[in-house]
Design a protein around this ligand. Structure first.
Ligand SMILES: C[C@H](Cc1ccc(C(C)(C)C)cc1)[C@H](NN)c1nnnn1Cc1ccc2c(c1)OCO2
Length: 330
């Protein structure tokens, strides 16, 4: 089988939300598909009402196929400092027309302020590797791990776009969604992430700098987080760019458009070029002269993060069968 689903960007492409149907009859929630985590958790009837602020709720009591996993709990904290925790059900979960009849659905009984204030986000659907799942006493498989063997091919693809809806495809590669060939690189899943190594980068029209950048392909992170040395080099090319200690981030003038940023994939010379305008993230001053940089340092994380700023410049194949990533321009 194959499937596909549209995913829509929130403002500034901070995240992309995808409709997912849970339970019988289906309860549609809009989830943040996140290849950098492996819990499927949702706002629910068990989320204290003072922590709910417009989100849609999963109500297991209204699903004839919901089964409570007695004694099972989950608790997750994310790299941005946000967190959530709760209890666990098994229920039917349909994404892109594909149904997993017995998927672990983690109902939140606690969410941090960042989730409460994000009214359109009803939860996360992790598509990392199951080893990252936080359910106790037994870790649960992701939706993709559960559907994989039914797919024509054990893959899914991400085609995120700047400021417009994109697509997740499951089980097939849409040849019309990419230009030129797809370069594949091996994935090291030992830390549970889609971890790969880029052999180099280029700034603007400059020559490729050969250096290994080890990072994760992460649909759930907004920005491109790279080694500080590369980030300093990039912003050094931009008059007026500066590290704003109060924001803890690099900022740059909102015009003119900054240089493109390219990263190499594989040993066949494939490069993905991020247009400079993707690196002009939100304006930080009301007069709109200075912008938040879409490239920031990965300091303290231990690896780089190829988040949405990078992913929306590419067509990306997440190959669960061969544990590899495919990158193509589009
Ligand atoms: C942050 C997201 C997970 C998330 C998504 C959305 C949200 C809100 C809805 C409340 C907006 C919170 C959290 C990411 N997903 N793989 C993630 N989950 N765990 N680590 N990361 C990536 C990381 C890791 C480290 C860092 C970082 C980022 O920013 C700064 O330092």
């Amino acid at each position: 089988s194959t499937g596909n689903e549209v995913t829509k960007p929130e403002s500034y492409d901070v995240e992309y939300l995808t409709p997912v149907s849970i339970g019988t009859p289906g309860q549609v929630l809009h989830l943040d598909i996140d290849t950098g985590s492996s819990d499927l958790w949702v706002f629910s009837s068990e989320t204290p009402s003072n922590l709910v602020n417009g989100q849609s709720l999963y109500e297991p009591a209204k699903s004839s196929t919901a089964q409570k996993l007695e004694g099972y709990t989950w608790k997750i904290s994310y790299g941005d400092g946000s967190s959530s925790s709760g209890v666990v059900y098994r229920d039917s979960v349909t994404l892109g027309g594909l149904t997993v009849s017995s998927q672990a659905v983690e109902a939140a009984t606690q969410v941090s302020e960042e989730f409460t204030s994000d009214s359109n986000n009803d939860g996360l659907l992790g598509l990392g590797f199951g080893s990252l799942n936080t359910v106790q006493p037994k870790g649960q498989k992701t939706w993709f791990e559960n559907i994989m063997q039914e797919l024509d091919s054990p893959i899914f693809t991400a085609d995120l776009k700047a400021g417009e809806p994109g697509t997740y495809n499951f089980g097939y590669i849409d040849k019309n969604a990419h230009i030129g060939n797809i370069s594949y690189v091996s994935v090291n899943d030992s830390n549970g992430y889609w971890t790969w190594t880029s052999p180099g980068y280029a700034i603007g029209t400059g020559a490729l700098v050969s250096t290994q950048i080890m990072g994760i392909a992460d649909t759930g992170t907004t920005l491109l987080l790279l080694p500080s040395t590369i980030v300093v080099m990039y912003y050094a090319q931009i008059p007026g760019a500066l590290y704003d200690a109060t924001q803890g981030a690099y900022t740059l003038p909102c015009s003119p458009t900054p240089p493109d940023f390219s990263f190499a994939v594989g040993d066949d010379g494939q490069v993905i070029t991020i247009p400079g305008e993707y690196i002009l993230y939100a304006a930080i001053t009301s007069i709109g002269t200075m912008c938040f940089g879409g490239i920031q340092a990965d300091s303290g994380i231990g690896f780089s993060i190829f988040g949405d700023v990078a992913l929306k410049a590419a067509f990306v194949v997440f190959d669960g069968g061969k544990k590899r990533l495919g990158w193509a321009s589009k």
